[in-house]
Write a protein that binds this ligand. Structure first.
Ligand SMILES: [Fe+2]
Length: 240
C-alpha cells in the first residue's frame, strides 16, 4: 500500500513552501534597511506625530517648528556628515554615545555634540503631548514612588535638576540597575553611560526663549503639562 499519494505529497510540499516564505518575510529586514559595504549609517529627522501648535499654550508653535526643523535637523545633518567620513563605523548612535572610545578620534567631538543633539531631541519630541494633569500610573508610577517617595517629590527633584543645570543642557529620568534616577547633563551630552533615558527636558534657551525669555522656571513648570506619560511608561517597560 502506498503511504502517500501524489496529492498528499503536493499538499505537504505546498505547506512547507508557505511556512518557508512566511519565516523569510518575518525574519528578513527590508533590503533598504541593510547597509551595503561602504555605505555609511545615516539618520533621518524623526517625524512628529502631532502638530507644532498642539502643545500651546505651554510650548508655542513657532518654538516647536524652529526647534524641530532647524535645530534638530541641523544636528541630524551634521551627524550624517561626520558618519560619511567613516562608513566602516556601523554602530548605532546610542552605543557610540554610551562609549565614545568607540568613535574615531577625528569625529569624536562632532559625534558627541551632534549625535547627542540628534538622540536627545528625538527622545524629547517623542514624549510630548498635553496630559491634562495626568500623572504616571502602573509600573512607572510605582517605580517613581519607590525611587522618590511620591510624584510630587519626583517633580521637585526633576525641576531642581533642570533649573540648576548651568548654561545649556538637559535634565533626565533614567532607568538604572538601582532603579530610577534623575541626572542632568551639559550641552548635548547624554546619560547613556549611566542608564536608559526615558524622559528628558531640553533647557537650552532655544527650547523656550521665544515664549518665556529668561524664565526657565516657568518653562519647566509648563513642561509638566506636556509630558506624555503613556509614552514614558512604554519606554520604561521597554527598558526592563
Ligand atoms: Fe533643543
Amino acid at each position: 500500500m502506498k503511504m502517500f499519494n501524489r496529492n498528499t505529497i503536493f499538499k505537504v510540499f505546498t505547506l512547507f513552501l508557505f511556512i518557508g516564505l512566511l519565516l523569510t518575510i518575518i525574519g528578513c529586514k527590508k533590503v533598504e534597511d541593510i547597509p551595503y559595504e561602504g555605505e555609511s549609517m545615516s539618520y533621518e529627522l524623526p517625524v512628529l506625530n502631532y502638530t507644532y501648535d498642539s502643545l500651546a499654550p505651554y510650548i508655542d508653535a513657532e518654538t516647536m517648528e524652529i526647534h524641530h526643523t532647524k535645530h534638530h535637523q541641523s544636528y541630524t545633518n551634521n551627524l550624517n556628515a561626520a558618519l560619511e567620513l567613516h562608513p566602516e563605523l556601523q554602530i548605532p548612535i546610542e552605543e557610540l554615545l554610551a562609549d565614545p572610545s568607540l568613535i574615531p578620534s577625528d569625529i569624536r567631538t562632532t559625534i558627541i555634540n551632534n549625535g547627542g543633539g540628534y538622540f536627545n531631541h528625538a527622545l524629547y519630541f517623542s514624549i510630548l503631548m498635553i496630559n491634562n494633569g495626568e500623572t504616571p500610573t502602573g509600573n512607572l508610577g510605582l517605580a517613581i514612588d519607590i525611587a522618590f517617595n511620591s510624584f510630587d517629590d519626583f517633580k521637585e527633584a526633576f525641576t531642581t535638576a533642570a533649573a540648576t543645570r548651568f548654561g545649556s543642557g538637559w535634565a533626565w529620568l533614567i532607568v538604572t540597575n538601582e532603579g530610577l534616577k534623575i541626572v542632568s547633563t551639559a550641552n548635548q551630552d547624554t546619560p547613556l553611560d549611566q542608564g536608559t533615558p526615558i524622559l528628558n527636558i531640553d533647557v537650552w534657551e532655544h527650547a523656550y526663549y521665544l515664549n518665556y525669555q529668561n524664565r526657565r522656571a516657568d518653562y519647566i513648570e509648563a513642561f509638566f503639562h506636556v509630558i506624555n506619560w503613556d509614552k514614558v511608561a512604554e519606554l520604561y517597560e521597554d527598558s526592563l
